[in-house]
Design a protein around this ligand. Structure first.
Ligand code: FAD
Length: 365
C-alpha cells in the first residue's frame, strides 16, 4: 500500500487526507497541537468552502451545526453600518467544530491522526518528529512514499518571525456572549490601522476577529478591542452588553505571500503554499480545495516528490493565481490607511462593484 504522511491537521491537511484515502493510500496525519481548540480565525465559511464540503459529503453536517450568513453590516472609519447582501450565503461555524467534522471523517474513512506530533522536513519523503504525542516505540524520523506539508502559514519556520521594526499585520480574536447581533449576523469594521469582523453563531455566541497593522511587538488585545470601540460607535453599540467568554488569542506578524512560496521541492498545500489576506474570507475555501489539486497531481504523476510538487504548483496557479494576485493588490491598499478608507467608501457607495468583487474571491476554481 502506498503511504502518505500529512503534516498539519487544518482544513488543507484534512482535505488532502480525504482525497488520498479513496485512492487507496495509507494516510497518517501529524498535528503538533495536543487536540482541538479555538484558534485565531474569523470562522466564516464562504461559498467556495461550502461547495468543497458538499463535494466531500459533509455539507449537510456543517450546515446543521452552523448558521447561514446572508449579509454583512459594513462600517468604514467609524461611520454607520451599511448592509451588503452576499450574492451567495456563507456559513458561521466555530473553527473547532469545522475541524472536528473534517478530522472525524478522516478517521472514519480509514486515516490515522497523531495529535501532539510536530514534524520538520528531513528529506523529500522523511519527517523528523518530536512532541508529547510520540510513543517510546516511535522512530525519530517518520518515512513514507509521499509527504505533504499542510502546516499552515508559518510552514517550515522554527517559530514566528520576531519583530523586524517594519509595520506588520497581526491577527487576534476572542469569543463573546451577549453581543447585540442575531445568529448569522456579520459586521465588519474598517478602521485606519486594521479591521474587525464580528460573527454570531447558531448558539448566540459571537467571534470577534481582527487584523491590526503595527510596528513593534504583539499587543495587549483587550486594549486594542477597547480602542476599536472608541474608534467605532457602531461596534461599541453591538458590544455594549457583551461578556468575554474566552481568553484573547493573537498571532503574527502574518507572513502574507504575493503568490506561491518559492519552490523548495516540498509538496506544500493550503497556507503552507501561499498565504492570502483573511479580508476576502476565502482561506478556508482554498485550503479545502487542496483535495482536488492533490487528486489531479497524483493521477497525472505518481512519481518523484519534486515532480508532484511541480505538478501541484501548476494546478494551484491555474486555479488560484489570478484571483490571488488581485487579492494581494487589494491587500496592498490596506497598508495605506487613507487610500483604503477611500477605496472602501467607494465600494459601499457603488454596490455593483462589490457585487462583482465578492464572487471572484469565492468561486470554485
Ligand atoms: C485573523 C485571521 C482570520 C481569518 N479568518 C478567516 C475566515 O473567517 N474565513 C476563512 O476562510 N479564512 C480565514 N482565515 C484564513 C484561514 O484561517 C487559513 O487560510 C486556513 O486556516 C488555512 O488552512 P491550512 O490547513 O492551510 O492551515 P492551518 O489552518 O493553519 O492548519 C495548519 C495546521 O498545521 C499544524 N502545524 C503547524 N506546524 C506543524 C508542524 N511542524 N507539525 C505538525 N503540525 C503542524 C497547525 O497546528 C495547524 O493545525 C483567517 C486567517 C487569519 C490570520
Amino acid at each position: 500500500m502506498t503511504t502518505a504522511l500529512i503534516v498539519g491537521a487544518g482544513p488543507a491537511g484534512a482535505s488532502a487526507a480525504l482525497a488520498l484515502l479513496p485512492l487507496g493510500f495509507d494516510v497518517t496525519v501529524l498535528e503538533r497541537r495536543p487536540g482541538l481548540a479555538p484558534r485565531v480565525c474569523g470562522a466564516f465559511l464562504g461559498p467556495e468552502a461550502l461547495a468543497h464540503l458538499d463535494r466531500m459529503g459533509m455539507g449537510a453536517h456543517v450546515r446543521a451545526k452552523g448558521v447561514l450568513v446572508r449579509y454583512a453590516g459594513v462600517s468604514v472609519g467609524g461611520g454607520e453600518e451599511r448592509t451588503v447582501n452576499f450574492p451567495v450565503p456563507g456559513l458561521a461555524l466555530p473553527r473547532p467544530e469545522l475541524e472536528r467534522i473534517l478530522l472525524d471523517a478522516v478517521k472514519e474513512r480509514g486515516g490515522s491522526l497523531r495529535w501532539g506530533v510536530s514534524g520538520k522536513p528531513a528529506g523529500p519523503t522523511a519527517v523528523s518528529v518530536q512532541g508529547p504525542g510520540l510513543t517510546p516505540s516511535d522512530p525519530p524520523v517518520f518515512c513514507a512514499d509521499h509527504v505533504i506539508w499542510a502546516d499552515g502559514r508559518f510552514s517550515g519556520q522554527e517559530s514566528i518571525a520576531s519583530d523586524s521594526g517594519v509595520p506588520a499585520w497581526y491577527g487576534w480574536n476572542a469569543t463573546f456572549s451577549g453581543v447585540n447581533q442575531v445568529p448569522g449576523g456579520m459586521s465588519l469594521y474598517f478602521l485606519p490601522d486594521g479591521y474587525l469582523g464580528l460573527l454570531t453563531f447558531k448558539d448566540g455566541t459571537s467571534n470577534l476577529c481582527g487584523l491590526k497593522r503595527r510596528r513593534g511587538n504583539p499587543l495587549e488585545w483587550g486594549t486594542v478591542f477597547n480602542e476599536s470601540k472608541t474608534q467605532s460607535p457602531s461596534l461599541d453599540r453591538r458590544m455594549k452588553h457583551a461578556a468575554l467568554l474566552s481568553s484573547w488569542r493573537g498571532v503574527g506578524p502574518l507572513p502574507f505571500t504575493g503568490g506561491l512560496r518559492a519552490d523548495d521541492g516540498l509538496f506544500r498545500v493550503g497556507d503552507a503554499a501561499a498565504v492570502g489576506d483573511p479580508f476576502m474570507g476565502e482561506g478556508i475555501g482554498r485550503a479545502l480545495g487542496t483535495g482536488p489539486l492533490v487528486t489531479h497531481s497524483f493521477r497525472r504523476n505518481t512519481g518523484r516528490a519534486d515532480d508532484l510538487s511541480r505538478e501541484i504548483r501548476d494546478l494551484w496557479r491555474k486555479a488560484y493565481g489570478r484571483r490571488f494576485r488581485l487579492g494581494n493588490g487589494i491587500r496592498g491598499v490596506f497598508n495605506h490607511p487613507r487610500i483604503s478608507q477611500l477605496f472602501l467608501r467607494c465600494l459601499l457607495a457603488h454596490p455593483p462593484i462589490a457585487r462583482i468583487l465578492l464572487p471572484i474571491f469565492n468561486r470554485l476554481p
